[in-house]
Design a binder for this molecule. Structure first.
Ligand SMILES: *[C@@H]1O[C@H](CO)[C@@H](O)[C@H](O)[C@H]1NC(C)=O
Ligand SMILES: *[C@@H]1O[C@H](CO)[C@@H](O)[C@H](O)[C@H]1NC(C)=O
Ligand SMILES: *[C@@H]1O[C@H](CO)[C@@H](O)[C@H](O)[C@H]1NC(C)=O
Ligand SMILES: *[C@@H]1O[C@H](CO)[C@@H](O)[C@H](O)[C@H]1NC(C)=O
Length: 432
């Protein structure tokens, strides 16, 4: 108790000093979840989704310069800070990445910011769920709670705690970060991931990989282990992979499936030598309904691996095929160095093509979402260029980049009036 009071006393003192500094210097900007574009440096480890006309960006951390009388200053406190708001961007208007308005929707008390977590989008309820992720700097122990954001259709929305309909089973779940996640219209999945005290209570300082897969039925609000203890990787954990739900398309007999890309397979204790990179030529698919697992060989220009913490986004083309975009990520065999490249995997041929490199340099911890009226663009949000590197501004204005999946061009401008539907690029059409 005494310690607590002392700590509290110190905080009060610090706050006062800062305020006095502010007065004497007359102008010190405060940390923001959406800083002025000129003060923004990096955003990373957030997740994003599109609901109606709005892109929502949640969680992660941000670094920024603070304005003082002497000019912009970096790192008066920590190099990065957790983002305490949910951010929305209006996709019904045209904008450029340098000046796009990002609206910060503050989170109410009790709804924490999480890094490298998982979100599931339920378009039936205009909502997304936030599950897992870690507390930045392990400031607080992670908790076992499912959060839900319900969009209001105008770029705002409300956070609430969602109670599972099977609370006893819910209590047995492990809470992780960097799992692979995806959802169908009704069911959400997280595969593998890493547990630490920043993700859940009762875990030692070391942390551990968590095998298996969990699912959440967004209608009945029921959690399950896979559906019946199923994981496409058996008892091994998958770390930092991407999972895409490929909805039913004609070439696949109308059936949908999940596709797992990249990441590392961790068979035991979490020691680095126990980790095997998953490559992009031998792919694992599973049927989310029957829980059957398939292996599929991919050909073409195979993205180099190991690769984790990259972003992915899926696109249904108007010819009936499906393409998956990936970019960046980190290479654990090279001290976590980041990839600056981008690739597209075309289905049903399972052929990879190399795309032009990301114009704003290597990154990992970014997130990608299909956007635009015709869903032919991908927006890439944030990402950091090396582990723990928060200083130096992202060459991408406000951390944003756009890529046109049909013309294979990177853009800085978003055109809300572009209604052209996504069609496969010429090079992909030529392949078929
Ligand atoms: C403080 O600095 C900001 C950013 O440079 C500027 O917009 C604002 O007008 C300044 N305020 C005062 C009171 O000087
Ligand atoms: C978010 O809240 C935490 C805890 O109060 C604070 O340390 C951090 O600076 C805030 N983040 C930003 C970007 O202001
Ligand atoms: C969100 O919360 C506000 C204030 O509590 C309330 O007025 C509003 O109806 C809520 N909106 C939704 C969509 O739940
Ligand atoms: C890819 O990984 C599989 C095991 O999943 C392995 O059998 C295969 O040899 C690897 N291929 C390459 C090109 O590394």
């Amino acid at each position: 108790m005494l310690v607590r009071q002392l700590v509290f006393g110190v905080i009060v003192l610090l706050t006062r000093t800062a305020a006095q500094d502010g007065n004497s210097q007359n102008n010190v900007s405060k940390l923001q979840d959406v800083p002025e574009p000129g003060l923004f440096l990096r955003r990373s480890l957030a997740k994003a989704t599109l609901i109606g006309n709005y892109l929502y960006i949640d969680g992660g951390e941000i670094s920024q310069n603070e304005m003082t009388e002497a000019g912009p200053v970096f790192n008066r406190g920590r190099p990065s800070n957790p983002v305490n708001s949910t951010i929305s961007i209006d996709m019904s208007v045209t904008w450029s990445t340098a000046s796009v308005k990002m609206r910060a929707i503050p989170k109410p008390p009790g709804i924490p910011s999480k890094s490298h977590g998982h979100i599931w989008t339920d378009l039936n309820e205009n909502a997304f769920y936030s599950w897992g992720g870690f507390r930045a700097y392990a400031d607080e122990t992670g908790e076992k709670t499912l959060y839900k954001f319900t969009a209001d259709g105008q770029g705002g929305g409300n956070w609430s705690v969602e109670v599972a309909n099977n609370p006893e089973f819910f209590q047995t779940l492990r809470v992780v970060d960097q799992g692979a996640f995806a959802n169908t219209d009704t069911t959400a999945y997280v595969l593998g991931g890493w547990s630490s005290k920043a993700t859940e209570a009762g875990v030692g300082n070391q942390g551990e990989p968590i095998p298996g897969m969990i699912s959440f039925d967004m209608k009945s609000k029921e959690f399950r282990a896979g559906t019946t203890g199923f994981s496409p990787y058996g008892t091994a954990a998958v770390l930092g992979a991407s999972m895409q739900h490929v909805p039913g398309f004609a070439a696949n007999g109308g059936k949908g499936f999940m596709l797992v890309l990249g990441g590392m397979l961790d068979r035991s204790t979490g020691a680095n030598e126990d980790r095997v990179p998953l490559n992009m030529s031998n792919l694992v698919l599973f049927d989310a309904v029957t829980m059957e697992r398939y292996e599929q060989t991919a050909t073409g220009e195979i993205p180099p691996t190991p690769r984790k913490g990259f972003c992915s986004a899926g696109f249904q083309n108007k010819e009936g095929g499906y393409e998956i975009f990936i970019s960046g990520g980190q290479n654990d065999n090279r001290g976590g160095s980041r990839y600056g490249d981008a690739y597209v995997l075309s289905l049903p041929g399972f052929v990879w093509s190399k795309l032009p490199d990301q114009p704003a340099g290597p990154r990992a911890g970014h997130t990608c979402v299909p956007v635009g009226v015709g869903k032919r663009k991908v927006i890439s949000i944030g990402g950091a260029r090396a582990a723990g590197t928060w200083q130096g501004s992202d060459p991408a204005a406000q951390g944003l980049m756009l890529f046109d999946m049909t013309t294979w061009e990177w853009n800085r401008d978003y055109d809300a009036l572009d209604e052209r539907p996504y069609e496969a690029a010429t090079k992909i059409k030529e392949w078929y």
